[in-house]
Design a protein. Sequence first.
Lengths: 263, 435
Amino acid sequence: MAKKLIMMRNIIKRYYIGQPNELQILNGIDLDIHEGEFVAIVGASGSGKSTLMNMIGALDKPTEGTYFLNDTDVSRLNDKQLSAIRNKEIGFVFQTFNLIPRANALKNVELPMLYAGVKKKERQERAMELLKLVEMQDRYTHKPNELSGGQKQRVAIARAMANDPSIILADEPTGALDSKTGHMVMDIFHKLHKEEGKTVVLITHSPELAAETERIITISDGSIISDTLKKEKISGANDFVEESKEHDLKDAFLQAETEVDAE
Amino acid sequence: MNIWENMKMALSSILANKLRSLLTMIGIIIGICAVITITTLGTTLRSTITTTLNSLGSNLIGAYVTTRTTSYYDSVNVEYTPDDFITYSTVERLIEKYPELRIAEENTVGSGNTKNSLGKQVNVTLVGGYNGTLDQNGSRIVSGRMLTMDDVSMKKYTCVVTNIFVRQYFKNNEEPVGQVIKLNSENGIAYEFTIVGVCTYNSLINGAFGGNEEDMATPVYIPDSIARQIQGSYGEEYMQGWVFSYDPKTDGKTAKQHLKSFFEEEYAANKNFTVEIISNQDTMMIIDIIINVITIFVAVIASISLIVGGVGVMNIMLVSVTERTREIGIRKALGAKKSTIKLQFVTEAIIMCLIGGLIGVLIGLFNGFIAGVIANLIIGSIPAAKQVLGTIVMTPSPLAIIISIIFSMITGVFFGYYPASKAAKMNPIDALRYD
């Protein structure tokens, strides 16, 4: 069994705590993700999947519960330590690319390494290498507004890989792209997963994209309602083993409770 | 992330909005420019006044007999006796003891005249002098030597004439030093003097600007002991005060100290009187202080405009932080710490103010240069002023430049800090969602 990269126990997130409009978004999430997995987290708008993504990406801290990322208890860290986690352990890929508009492709890829304190020469070499990996090496001097959507996303993926993070966290990476470029981008994720052995967490609302991954976690109303593992044999044989974990009574109870609250 | 990378990043975002950055800098530019212009004018004014005053004898020290009491009623009741005055023989002993000191007294006898070999009459003023008399009026020896204490004590018939006299009297470029001239005094007696030196003529002190040089009566300096004989006042000279000067190669403070200690000793036994020592340097120092205070005062007023400039910088930084909310979110997601974001925006504000400050310094120096050109044009059109002031050289104050640049950077820190903290405090999730 591969190493446990993400271990979440009873993660609860509430907003407007102590106010009349207090809102509970996550209702006690338990989640384990192992090294080398390609996971899709699916759910409708408002299901809490974005909040979960923020939590996984160390952009936000849970109200209750524990979150171990690569053996570090993220829920106990301060801003400085969270920044370091985001910098070294997480590689973000956003729906809207989120490249720095004033900086060219190379500088954008260099940025996480700049914050990590990597020396200039090393930084440039690594950035060029990564741009080569996503086949963008010819356009390293281009600024984001001189690139197409697919090209921007490829630069963004190269940037996500900059500090060789434990997890690539992709939030609707094909959401702003047409289906053809979307497939190209998905191919890169498959390549990173297969060839580089990267752990990829894909947040999406599209069942088709989710079907491309090994494991599909479905979220609804702040709880995990299904966690389906699609075990692909290393030998490359055709038979798949499907494992489905029934979501337990407790989750169902919590969900019912939230619905009552909402009313 | 090192400071150099930070500065490059800041510069790139300043350059991304060139016009806006320039407009933001204008407040800083005007503030610094005003300060530099004013301090340049101030230091130039000071150095011009100093040079002018120096040419009039800055190395003069007066020694005056005064009553010991400071009370007016007591002082008017004290009567002088001949012993209370400073005699020539006392002064002679002083000079012997401290050879760097000179006597700068000058005693105008009256007008006189002489005839050259061609029979042409040249009018002069007969002036009794000592070894330091020229220090009193800003003249200097151009050939030969000045009168010495020996000339005075031994009553030698020697004299020092001006270069104007030389042009009036000697028509064939003869060497004047060593020549004997026959001077007719007001009392009708003619005396023969040997020229021992030639000095310059300072028209500012001696008057007679412009006019025809041929008709001018310039001073002929003769030993004061002889001058007093001509005047009919024989014997030792009893004076309440003497003006001294000192060798410019020596230190004025030491000279003043020597005078003080000498006269303290001389008057130790005198119950009623003492000698007060006042140097021209003291007066110069007061002028110096006054100009400095005025310059600093005006510069501080001008620097108030820096606050206005700083508020402009703060305003635009706040706009910039709001505009770049998303960028801040991205940077935070990629691992930028709060302190990193804060440093980035503070650096941006500092660099903006620094560039503004440097432009301000350059414009301020240019203003000073222009002011110098105009001042010289005006002075050049007035011959008398030109003779006194010469050419004005603008002297910018390096200290003011350094302080201005540091001050503009401080403005950047001060007014950039709030917007930068605002940026640093942003929640990355909200910032990433911002449109």
